[in-house]
Write a protein that binds this ligand. Sequence first.
Ligand SMILES: [Ca+2]
Length: 592
Amino acid sequence: MIHRLAPPFYRRTGRHERGPSIFGAAEKSGPVRSETLDRNASTVWRCGDRCLYAPGTSNRAGQAADSETRTPPPIPPFNSSSSRQFTYLALRVYYSGEAINTGSAIHEQLVAQKEEPSMGPMTTVPKNALASSSQMRRREFLSLIGAGGAAALMDTFGAAEETATPRRPNIILIVADDLGYADIGCFGCVDIPTPNIDSLAQNGVRFTDGYVTCPVCSPSRAGFMTARYQQRFGHEFNPGPPAQMSPAFGLPPGEITVADALKAAGYVTGLVGKWHLGLKPEFHPLKRGFDEFFGFPHGGHSYINLKEDPLNPILRGTEPVDEKEYLTDAFTREAAAFIERHRTDPFFLFLSYNAVHTPMQAPDKYLKRFPNITNKNRRTYAAMLGAMDDGIGAVLRKLDETGLGDDTLIFFFSDNGGPLIVNASSNAPLSGSKGTVLEGGIRVPFIIQWRRRIPRGTVYRNPVISLDVFPTAAAAAGAQLPGDRVIDGVNLVPYLPGEKTSPPHDILFWRFGNADAVRRKNWKFIKVGDKSALFDLSADIGEKNNLTKERPDVVGELTAALAKWESGLIPPRWTTPAPQRAKQATEKPATF
Ligand SMILES: [Ca+2]
């Protein structure tokens, strides 16, 4: 019976605490596999609503302390009369292989405190008696904890045994469309409340320097769906409207998507929302790794007149549907239903809102929240963003209702920067907008939450990029990255607890037509046609002060790096039709 406890117990050991150990010096005293111990420790601390390690301290309180201080709770006083203390020690020995020395160290600590444990078996285990404890089997484990320990174990974990089954974390990728860097509360927005998106940062990591690979929609999506700079396979431009686009347009069939990889690893995969990676049947989401699809296949879409464009219909799978709801609300409804439908499966959900992309449309129920915003476009933008924030809140509630909140890895970012006057977005204090390789085009609100595994309320300042989504998700899921091609993203999780203190990326690159950019540490170099500029982002986040003359050494270094990177790219497979290019040009500010 206890043997059956092992999987759910171990499953609950996903969170990797860093910082001061709740075991203090004891953990460091033996040849301990620290990660295993950390995970065991976390499990013991957080198991259900019980707290095995610290009698009298609730799990809820422990989580609250963790959330507020971002460090594990202090070592509680040993309670020598608690049989659970013994169960805990035995569990550590059992699950940590070499941990007998640590167990002994804790025992010595107990003795030093003159608090003789009340149960015999552990005190009589001589130090190193289980030197090969990795070989310890169930009988030995039972012997070690004794009948009282087993009873306490069952008391503590019994409920988990009945309900929990081993599963890997769910993964939800939430992508906003054309959202400005400064339009989220936790990124400095003051006129539009976004409490639910902010909660992702409060319970996860906010990235100050989070980038996408392109300042427009489709290429950006091609990048993060494949973990590869999209110019490696010619997906460099938007296609334009369906009636005008190149017949070549679509994510090349040879590319492997994050959905492909997670599906192959046993995940149920779903896309709700905007696709924009191909209209032809061979490019349909159901052919690119998704088991389920509800949304539209192309770029922008009306939120109200849902049958306005017969070339870009609302589909369920491959069938057009007669959707009546405001589109953002419909996507929220479908996302929550997907979670409910697959609550017992590990799932990957790509929730791809087209909010806050044009057209500027919002129903009164959202508009009336913002009576004090006098700019009509900004007010509509606020209402559209409010609808999306509500939707993300509904998704988060559904996760908690289904008990999946802690074990779900959530990414949130915008596919490109705000287009400013077009949708009344703001990228302040960044320069530029959608369509430019200035920071305002490519640096976006970027948040990751994984309550089980990564610290809460953290701000991370080294540059990261949307290419990292796929490797991070694959590592969390135990899925394979393609091994036969260059992968440009990295798994971010080891960097977030501080296990790896180096930056995830030495250098990042952008190319969008005749515009190139490269960032290494604080240096950002831009080349557009025959013009170039070098900015020190640490002192000049608004990219105003061109330092090309002052630092020709940096210009030379970054120019060479850019040339080397571009040697691995191919020419674009299509270009944006001329009318769209002209429209895009009018959206660009004249800052560069
Ligand atoms: Ca976009």
